[in-house]
Every structure is written in structure tokens, then in C-alpha cells.
Design a protein around this ligand. Sequence first.
Ligand SMILES: Nc1nc2c(c(=O)[nH]1)N[C@H]1C(S)=C(S)[C@@H](COP(=O)(O)O)O[C@H]1N2
Ligand SMILES: [Mo]
Length: 332
Amino acid sequence: MLIRNHDHGFHHPLASEITPAELAQGRRKLLQTLGKGVAGLSLANWTSGAVLAQNQARPGRLPALNHVKSTLSGAITMEKSTEFKDATSYNNFYEFGTDKSDPARYAHTLKTSPWAVNIEGLVKKPGQYGIEDLLKLAAMEERIYRMRCVEGWSMVIPWLGYSLAELIRRLEPLGSAKYVEFVTQADRETMPGLSSSVIDWPYVEGLRLDEAMHPLTMLSFGMYGEVLTKQCGAPVRLVVPWKYGFKSSKSIVRIRFTDRQPTTSWMKSAPQEYGFYSNVNPGVDHPRWSQASERRIGEDGLFTKKRKTLLFNGYEAQVGQLYAGMDLKKYF
Ligand SMILES: Nc1nc2c(c(=O)[nH]1)N[C@H]1C(S)=C(S)[C@@H](COP(=O)(O)O)O[C@H]1N2
Ligand SMILES: [Mo]
């Protein structure tokens, strides 16, 4: 599971993999693009000029997003960030296949423009919100979060976005709203993984309203200073750093406020393995493996001693109160 295959043909080559000739060509393209103005940036045709930084799209890379460093407690870990190439080549995005290298190989077909998120259910301001408006809704911050996948690997990612609470507050949830459901893109034309029935598509996730409103919960549009790569959930995804990775739904198209706990895709396919909460907890094992330790992608080899997993993935000081008095073995 942890042996990585580096021979997987990127569709957005990394700067380090580009030859001098390609570099020169890329520079020419960039100059042409700059001549046309921001609107001419093909990679960024889904995003708005307002949030793009001055000096865009290094050859072979995605357009930059203007941002400030977050001052939120717990938003910056001092641990070293995972290499961009590792964070974008070892992924879970079942809509493009179940192999860790499938998203990097196949997600280029994902159509991110036009894109809108439908807001539904128990809110005063439902409706369709275009990605351009969501990008401008609140100050874009960089937050460096520790992430932990249920399968035992972890990463450190510099995300760009803002607290989901910024959006939720503006939508004015009704008093009866207790949960938020996130539904993601499911398009047979562009997502080859949908032909498999591992998941009852579309991929659905959910949070309790107070978890969704917690300042650490992010609506993310970018990573490493740039717009999100497709394999990482472009153009907009959730980031919930104290929960296992599968709670962070990618390529969101619908957000629904409800009074009942949503039935998530993973609860449907294996309820005894994946609970609604799925808080990172070294003391609660997955039925088929231990959750006590982890390997950091790109840093820990197969024979390195594993790292100890932390309760709430190390964010206990920030989020522990949300679960005061709850039996975490029962509500796993
Ligand atoms: N739509 C969608 N979102 C998804 C998934 C998926 O298969 N489909 N996989 C989840 C899982 S299991 C993990 S670990 C994270 C992985 O995010 P990353 O590839 O950016 O590390 O995305 C989550 N979000
Ligand atoms: Mo995961």
C-alpha cells in the first residue's frame, strides 16, 4: 500500500520535471497570456481575476491565489510540509479510481468551469452560489494542517481558503438545522471511477452543524499558494483536520442543512467500519487495522518506525470541547 509508483504521467508537469525547451516555451506562453490579461489564463478560466496574484502560473504550475497567513490558533503546524509532488500524486478520489495514483493520472478530465455550489435545506438564504463569488466571500488564508487518512498515512498541507463558518453565517441556518451534508460532483462523462460500485454515487459526507462552524473547518480553494489541483478536489473542497481524510469531501456541488444526521457514503458501504464522527483517535481501532500509528508520506519509508497518532490528530485543544461527555468508542 505504501509503495509508490512515480511513473504515472502527470498532466500538470512539475517545474522540476520540465526540460529547458519546455521552459522557454512555457515562458513564451506565459508572456502571451499576460499580454491578454488574467482572463486569458486557460488554467484559471474558472477563477476570478480579483483573487489571482500578480505573477501567475509558473510554467507547468497552476495559477496563484492571493492570501494572508492565518492567525487562528492551531492553523499552522511547525512540522515540515509534505512535498507538492507527494501531496498531488498519492491521493484518494474514488471518482477517478481506487488506486492512489489514479487521481493524478485521470482527474484532468474533471470540468471545473463553470462551477456552482447549490445551498439547500434549512437556511434563510438557499440558492446557487458561483465559484467566483465563493472565492471572494472572505479573506483567503493559508493554514498549514496535519492531515490523517483512515488507512494510516498522514501529510502536512498548506491549504488556502477560509473557515466554512464564514459562508454558513451568511446563509443564516434556521434554528432547526443540526447537520450539514456535503454532496460532491458525480459526472459519468468525466469521472471514470463512477463505473465502479464501491460507493453509492454521489460521494456524500456530513458534519454536525457545530463541527461545520468550528473555525478550523475550512472551505478550501487552493494549496501551496496555488489553486487546487484537480486530483486534490478542485475547485472547492472541505478540509477538516481533526477527522480522518474521508470527511474532507472534494469537488463539492451541494451543501444541505438538515435536522437529521446525514447517511454518508462510507456509512452506507461499511457502517461497522466508518462512523459518522470519524475523529482521529489512536484509541479506537478500525475493525481491520490499528489506528495507533501512522506514516508521513514522502518522509517515512516502509522500514521507518511509525509515528504515534494523536487524539483529534493533535487538535484536541481546539476541538475537544465539541465532544465533551461523549463516548468516543460509541460515536466513532
Ligand atoms: N469526492 C470525494 N472526496 C474525497 C474522497 C473521494 O473518494 N471522493 N476521498 C476522501 C479520502 S478517503 C481522503 S484520505 C481525502 C484525500 O485527500 P487528498 O488526496 O487531498 O490527500 O479525500 C477525501 N475526499
Ligand atoms: Mo482516506
